[in-house]
Ligand binder design. Structure first.
Ligand SMILES: NC(=O)c1ccc[n+]([C@@H]2O[C@H](COP(=O)([O-])OP(=O)(O)OC[C@H]3O[C@@H](n4cnc5c(N)ncnc54)[C@H](OP(=O)(O)O)[C@@H]3O)[C@@H](O)[C@H]2O)c1
Length: 278
C-alpha cells in the first residue's frame, strides 16, 4: 500500500490502468479518495498509483473466473469498508472469436459477467458499507438488445459479431445495474463516458483500431470522459439517489428496456447459468 489517510474514501475500480480509468485516477490526486485497483497487470497498476502517490491494487484478470474469485476473496479478507466500486474495464472485441475456459464469449465475460461475479461476491461488504456502485456503459447499449435472441446461445456461439457482443454486454450491464439499484442498502448508477480516444479498440487489431489511431484526434480525450467518474464521487446526490445514467455533463436514463422487471429476471437467470457460486 502507498500512503493511506483514515479520512479518505476507498474506491475500488476495474480498468484503471489505461484510457478513461487511468485518467480518472490521475484526477484523484487532490481529492480525499484512495484508489484500489483491480488490474491484470501488476506493473501497470504500480505505475499509475506511483503517479498520484497513493493507492492499493489486487491482481484480477476479468477474462478468468478463477482470478476474479481469488481477487474477491482477498478483498473480503482485507477491506472492511468500500465507499465506491467502479466497474469500468471493457473491451470492444478481439481479432478472433474468443471464449473463456467455461465456454463463455470473451467480450461478454470481461465487460459484464466478471463484474457481476465481483458484485455477487462482494455484496456483503458493499451492503455493510453503503457503497456507491457505478458501471461503465456506452450509448451503444441501445443498439442490440438482449431480447429476441437466446442469451445463452449467443454467449456460446462460435460465430458472433464483435460489435453486437459489445453492445449486448452493455445492455446487460444496464439491466443488471437497474435491478441492483432496487437494493436499498447500496446506491447503483451507470456511467456513459461518450466517445474518447483510448486503447479500447487495440484488442481487435482490425480496421476499427486503425481508424482509432488515424482519426482518434477527432474524439474527446480520456481526461474529458473521466469527468463521469469524478462527477459521481464529488456530487453528494449520487449517495442519496440510485439508478442514474450519468454522462459527462448531465444525468439521463438508460434504455427503458433495462428497467423492465421481466428483462431483469431473465438476465439474472442467464447469470446463474454461467457463473459459479451466485
Ligand atoms: N473509449 C470510448 O470511446 C468509450 C465509449 C463508451 C464507453 N467506454 C467504456 O469505457 C470503459 C473504459 O474503456 P477505455 O475506453 O478507457 O478503454 P482502454 O483504454 O482500453 O482501457 C480499458 C481498461 O480495461 C482493462 N481490461 C481490459 N481487459 C481486461 C481484463 N481481461 N482484465 C482486467 N482488466 C482488463 C484494461 O487493462 P490493461 O491496461 O491491462 O489493458 C484497461 O485498464 C470501458 O468499459 C468501455 O466500454 C469507452
Amino acid at each position: 500500500m502507498i500512503y493511506f489517510c483514515q479520512t479518505m474514501k476507498k474506491m475500488l475500480i476495474t480498468g484503471a490502468t489505461n484510457g478513461i480509468g487511468a485518467a480518472a485516477i490521475r484526477q484523484l490526486k487532490d481529492t480525499e479518495v484512495h484508489p484500489i485497483l483491480l488490474a491484470r497487470s501488476e506493473k501497470k497498476a504500480q505505475e499509475i498509483l506511483r503517479e498520484i502517490g497513493r493507492g492499493d491494487y489486487y491482481v484480477c484478470d476479468l477474462s478468468d473466473t478463477m482470478s476474479v474469485l481469488q481477487a474477491a476473496q482477498e478483498i473480503i479478507s482485507k477491506e472492511t469498508t468500500i465507499d465506491y466500486f467502479i466497474a469500468n474495464a471493457g473491451v470492444i472485441g478481439y481479432k478472433d472469436t474468443r471464449k473463456t475456459g467455461e465456454g463463455v464469449e470473451m467480450t461478454m465475460q470481461v465487460n459484464f459477467l466478471s463484474h457481476a461475479l465481483l458484485v455477487e461476491q462482494l455484496l456483503p461488504v458493499f451492503e455493510k458499507s453503503g457503497t456507491v456502485l457505478a458501471f461503465t456503459s456506452s450509448m451503444l447499449h441501445r443498439s442490440y438488445w438482449l431480447a429476441n435472441y437466446d442469451f445463452s446461445t449467443s454467449l456460446n456461439a462460435t460465430k458472433h459479431s464483435q460489435f453486437k457482443s459489445y453492445s449486448r454486454s452493455k445492455a446487460a450491464i444496464c439491466t443488471y445495474a437497474m435491478w441492483l439499484a432496487k437494493n436499498e442498502k447500496i446506491r447503483v448508477h451507470l456511467l456513459d463516458p461518450g466517445v474518447a480516444a483510448t486503447g479500447i479498440t487495440r484488442s481487435r487489431e482490425d480496421w476499427m483500431d486503425k481508424a482509432m489511431n488515424s482519426v482518434g484526434f477527432l474524439f474527446s480525450k480520456p481526461e474529458s470522459s473521466a469527468r463521469t467518474i469524478l462527477r459521481l464521487i464529488q456530487d453528494e446526490k449520487y449517495k442519496r439517489l440510485s439508478g442514474i445514467y450519468l454522462t459527462k455533463n448531465r444525468d439521463k436514463s438508460p434504455d427503458k428496456r433495462a428497467m423492465e422487471t421481466t428483462n431483469q429476471r431473465s438476465l439474472l437467470d442467464q447469470i446463474k447459468k454461467h457463473l459459479p457460486a451466485v
